[in-house]
Design a binder for this molecule. Structure first.
Ligand code: SF4
Ligand code: SF4
Length: 403
């Protein structure tokens, strides 16, 4: 038998990540330059009007943004994602973008593309980003503007996207699946696959507002798809569903589901950690483990969605080092006594199909330790959709839970 000269492993399985995780190196961070946006998407969990002067006054000036980025690089950061609101609303966007590049960061940009002008495309061509991600709300003017509520925005989006593509810039296209564009999802997928450089993905999870605005939250809830609709939308996208099928064993775990993938965060045990003290960790996700989020108003968060009271750190009052080295581990080490989490979620075989987490639970129920029935139902609908395709035995242990 011929033995391979060189063994190959996937990048995700490289031991480097585990070593970096143990040393708590913040490999990447998201930088929200503004919460303002020129569009008014029905499902948006952050946007404030573009002309909101109070929101603009809360934004960090370019020098302060770059100072925080330098602190992040000193801590070990390599990746940075510029996000918003719509970051191109900032007149100093180019100054910030180039400043981040000069710090040696690999920079990604999230934008709706409607404000892209020739000078942006020239900037990105000369100093290429790692990638640019653009969300496509519809493939037709009617669908797109039903969501963005801005007449003329579809044309501006097409023009901006065209400018980027014509300069050969790497653009990734993605979508949100919501009630107002559900009938156009197949068309959106086709459009994105025709125009994107690598992969297309859509996200059916609509977050509630970080500012907890009740009227906007009601609107978001009315845009949410039912669990069955989410499962159907995933099934009708062969690429997405194929990936789920291929990862079936990872997504549906007949034994304990929570610590079986990433090893137990406390002792490193893979799959078999049953130490109750370890299982009572509130955070079993990656929030604040190797990345963080800086909001437009200098608020440090463990992830973009985690803005629960007492779980954010004001960077105007302290340093990023303090936030990363003291504050984040303190939050991450919190325990839960919630019967729902300890009794159901911590031994749930389909936790990896579920959107429930401390951040989403807080946004839904004002309680980071809550179990959100909607997310539970979505996970079970996804299970029902998947389990017929999985190898015998994988989904079997979960039948009772799926009723
Ligand atoms: S483009 Fe993005 S930030 Fe702007 S309103 Fe739509 S979802 Fe929100
Ligand atoms: S909310 Fe439901 S599906 Fe999600 S982890 Fe908990 S028990 Fe499992």
């Amino acid at each position: 038998m011929i033995r391979p000269q060189v063994e190959s492993i996937t990048l995700q399985d490289h031991g480097l990540w585990e070593r970096l995780r143990r040393r708590r190196v913040p490999l990447g961070f998201d930088l929200e330059l503004t919460a303002r946006c020129n569009l008014d998407c029905r499902h948006c969990f952050v946007n404030l009007p573009a002309a909101d002067a109070a929101a603009a006054a809360r934004e960090l000036p370019a020098a302060a943004v770059l100072d925080l980025a330098r602190q992040a690089v000193d801590l070990g950061a390599v990746w940075c994602t510029i996000t918003g609101g719509e970051p191109l609303l900032r007149p100093d966007f180019a100054e910030i973008y180039l400043g981040l590049k000069r710090l040696g960061l690999l920079v990604s940009v999230y934008t709706n593309a409607t404000l892209v002008r020739g000078e942006h495309a020239a900037l990105f061509r000369r100093y290429p980003p790692r990638d640019i991600e653009v969300t496509v709300y519809g493939a037709t003017e009617e669908t797109y503007e039903r969501i963005t509520r801005r007449p003329g925005s579809f044309d501006r989006f097409r023009r901006g996207l065209g400018l980027l593509l014509n300069q050969g810039i790497k653009v990734r296209l993605k979508a949100m699946a919501l009630r107002s564009n559900l009938d156009g999802m197949a068309e959106i997928a086709r459009f994105c696959r025709e125009h994107t450089k690598d992969f297309y993905r859509f996200d059916p999870l609509l977050h509630l507002r970080s500012d907890r605005d009740p009227a906007r939250n009601a609107e978001i809830l009315s845009e949410r798809l039912s669990p069955a609709e989410i499962a159907r939308a995933e099934r009708s996208d062969p690429e997405r569903f194929g990936a789920m099928e291929r990862n079936c064993e990872r997504l549906i775990e007949p034994r304990r589901g929570d610590f079986s993938l990433a090893s137990c965060l406390e002792c490193g045990e893979r799959e078999n950690c049953e130490d109750l003290e370890h299982l009572s960790r509130l955070f079993i996700c990656g929030a604040g483990a190797a990345s963080f989020f800086i909001a437009h108003n200098a608020s440090f968060r463990l992830c973009a969605s985690l803005c629960a009271p007492g779980m954010t750190y004001d960077l105007r009052e302290g340093t990023l080092k303090e936030a990363w080295e003291r504050f984040a581990p303190e939050i991450r080490s919190r325990r839960t006594g919630s019967e729902a989490l300890l009794g159901a979620c911590r031994s749930c075989p389909i936790v990896n199909l579920c959107f429930n987490c401390p951040a989403t639970a807080d946004l839904e129920c004002d309680d980071p330790e809550a179990l959100v029935p909607y997310f539970c139902a979505v996970a079970h609908a996804r299970l029902t959709s998947l389990k017929h395709e999985c190898t015998p035995g994988i989904g079997r242990g979960t039948d009772a839970a799926s009723e």
